[in-house]
Design a protein around this ligand. Structure first.
Ligand code: URA
Length: 230
């Protein structure tokens, strides 16, 4: 890899700032100043910038327990972006795999791997997402079949795909859906005359929200979690 690219991929510097640092003599390879942008970096080389050793950042996969009043956008809008909760380098190169509403909490996956996030979020992949739902009014067991059969939502072409409803108590349930239509869970319950008063995503495919993570906390995914997304 060229030295200027190595600097960009291991710091927050743009290509032109990396070149400036090189020209200033701020960059060393194995203790010797190197000024050439095209210098070939080998795996055995120790590259430093102002005396600090650099290492490549690589592809990143994270889970975050989203708090309320944050949004799954890469920029701050009415509420701040969840990316602001990440105290890591190169946050700008990360994006969110599938959105949650501002008032929804729970599992959010964040990465810089576009293909991987497509597998999580694309409706064609039918990746199951499990939500814990708090309801304003009691639900009956007949709703299990209603949701399994699919229901019509306004302004949608066809019924929702079969969804799995597990009733925990009259006003709390787990709902697993394989689509991600706009406000889908809230609209499904609204369509049967109820109201979602609390919504928390617990799982995406085989990835379960880590119970150790408080709201607003995050961790890197394990290799097995990353690979569980096909
Ligand atoms: N369904 C909703 O209604 N809201 C979410 O945030 C996620 C799924």
């Amino acid at each position: 890899m060229r030295l200027d690219k190595f600097i960009c991929d291991s710091t927050e510097l743009t290509r032109s700032l990396a070149k400036k640092a090189l020209h200033r003599g701020d960059v060393c390879c194995d203790g010797e100043v190197v000024k050439s942008s095209s210098f070939k970096v080998l795996p055995t080389h120790k590259i430093t910038l102002n005396g600090v050793e650099l290492s490549l950042i690589g592809t990143r996969y994270l889970m975050l327990n989203k708090p309320v009043d944050t949004i799954c956008s890469t920029i701050d809008e009415v509420y701040p972006s969840v990316l602001g909760l990440l105290d890591i380098e190169k946050v700008d190169s990360l994006h969110i795999a599938g959105r949650l509403d501002a008032d929804t909490t729970g599992l959010v996956l964040i990465t810089d791997d576009g293909q991987w996030s497509h597998s999580v979020a694309s409706p064609k992949r039918k990746c199951p997402k499990r939500y814990r739902v708090q309801l304003a009014d009691p639900i009956g067991s007949e709703l299990i079949e209603t949701f399994a059969n699919g229901i019509e939502l306004r302004n949608e072409d066809g019924p929702t795909l079969p969804a799995l409803l597990e009733i925990i108590n009259p006003t709390e349930a787990l709902l697993t859906i394989t689509e991600g239509k706009y406000h889908q869970v809230k609209r499904m319950f609204a369509a049967v005359g109820n109201k979602v008063v609390g919504l928390h995503r617990e799982a995406i495919g085989a990835i379960e929200l880590d119970a150790e993570l408080e709201l607003g906390e995050w961790r890197y995914l394990t290799e097995a979690e990353v690979k569980s997304v096909k």
